[in-house]
Design a protein. Structure first.
Length: 85
């Protein structure tokens, strides 16, 4: 008698966009505002937290806000995608 087998595969690309702190699938000034509100005004956290890690240092902090400002307003590099959250 054969037993059914279920295969679960974990990994693959994330289901979020790094830098998309508000979860609307684009990285723009609204994400900067969302992150600054979270960091300084007790606003809601990015969900998942990794979406707020724009500079790939595995921490969501002011460095990520600066990185997003540079990207959005000064045509800086895109948010990075490498930290193992």
């Amino acid at each position: 008698m054969m037993t059914p087998l279920t295969l679960c595969i974990w990994g693959g690309p994330p289901y979020w966009i790094f830098g998309d702190t508000n979860g609307d699938s684009i990285v723009n000034v609204a994400d900067v505002v969302y992150l600054v509100t979270y960091l300084f005004l007790d606003g809601p956290a990015p969900d998942p937290p990794a979406s707020g890690d724009a500079n790939d240092d595995c921490v969501v902090d002011i460095g990520d806000a600066v990185y997003l400002v540079t990207y959005v307003f000064l045509e800086g590099p895109e948010p990075l995608k490498g930290c193992a959250w």
